[in-house]
Design a binder for this molecule. Structure first.
Ligand code: NAP
Length: 253
């Protein structure tokens, strides 16, 4: 089978930035793309863009992936409309900059809830379909900051490092069932999340300044992450699992 057979791919956070590019790319490759996003309006817009391009997609937002009940209900709707979920891209994420001593319990828990619990809930919702099919692909979007560490982001980096460890462990467990699990840690990709950090003076310089310091001399594009993701969910990537595929212009090696 190839992805052109219309396998169902769920993309969380597919209404913006990297998730939007992944949704477009997987739909262009023949997947039926289900977009789950906290922002139901942007999810709907992206699904409309994809359908206007002649591909298959639907929005199932507003869905907060940190709520198991909302995740389970959304997956039920996806199954009813499209069929079993064989590809899952855990992309939705919540960033934040705080001095360590200013991280409250609430901020800590919310950051882990979205980035780590959400990934766990979505995997538990999707894996039964993959086990039944004897085939599945999971890609978790982590962060290059989990390689390097990042000041004022210890809560976010802890969550994303958790995603990397989770990915490696799940890959070992699900490999015998035909399911691969990999993670892409993006670095410095030009999205609303990055521009928001820039506008609040949190990047330690402008995006252009950082682009000059990047080995490939540009910021990443959402399409760079989408291309790597499209490969990892393809048939031909079946011998790749438990891997961390950095897409960061050489900023982390
Ligand atoms: P983005 O433009 O802010 O898009 C993230 C999307 O996820 C938004 O539509 C957001 O909705 C949604 N979302 C947030 N919390 C959610 C929740 N609880 N449930 C469901 N959806 C939720 O961010 P991005 O830059 O594309 O980032 C995508 C992923 O890459 C994230 O996991 C991020 O941590 C990771 N990443 C990005 C970079 C980078 O350079 N851009 C670097 C490293 C890692 P709202 O707009 O309503 O919040």
């Amino acid at each position: 089978m190839s992805e052109r057979d219309g396998r169902v791919a769920v993309v969380t956070g597919g209404g913006s930035g990297i998730g939007r590019a992944i949704s477009h790319r997987l739909a262009a490759n023949g997947f039926q793309v289900a977009i789950l996003d906290l922002n139901g309006t942007s999810a709907k817009l992206v699904a409309e863009e994809i359908r206007a391009a002649g591909h298959s997609a639907a929005a199932f937002g507003e869905v907060d992936i940190s709520s198991r009940a909302q995740v389970d209900a959304a997956f039920e709707r996806v199954r009813a409309e499209f069929g079993p979920v064989l590809v899952l891209v855990n992309n939705a994420g919540l960033t934040g900059f705080k001095k360590f001593q200013h991280i409250t319990d609430e901020v800590w828990r919310r950051t882990l809830a979205v980035n780590l619990d959400g990934t766990f809930y979505c995997c538990q919702a999707a894996v039964p379909d993959m086990l039944a099919a004897g085939w599945g692909r999971i890609v978790n979007i982590s962060s290059s900051s989990a390689h390097s560490g990042q000041q004022f982001m210890s809560h976010y980096v802890a969550a994303k490092a958790g995603v990397i460890g989770f990915t490696k462990s799940l890959a070992l467990e699900l490999g015998p069932s035909g399911i691969t699990v990999n993670t892409i840690p993006p670095g410095f990709v030009d999205t609303p999340m990055l521009r928001n950090s820039e506008s609040h003076g949190l990047l330690g310089g402008t995006v252009d300044h950082h682009a000059e310091l990047t080995p490939v001399r540009r910021a990443g594009r959402p399409e760079d992450i989408a291309a790597a993701c499209a490969f990892l969910v393809s048939e031909e990537a079946g011998y790749i699992t438990g891997q961390v595929l950095g897409v960061n212009g050489g900023r982390n090696t």
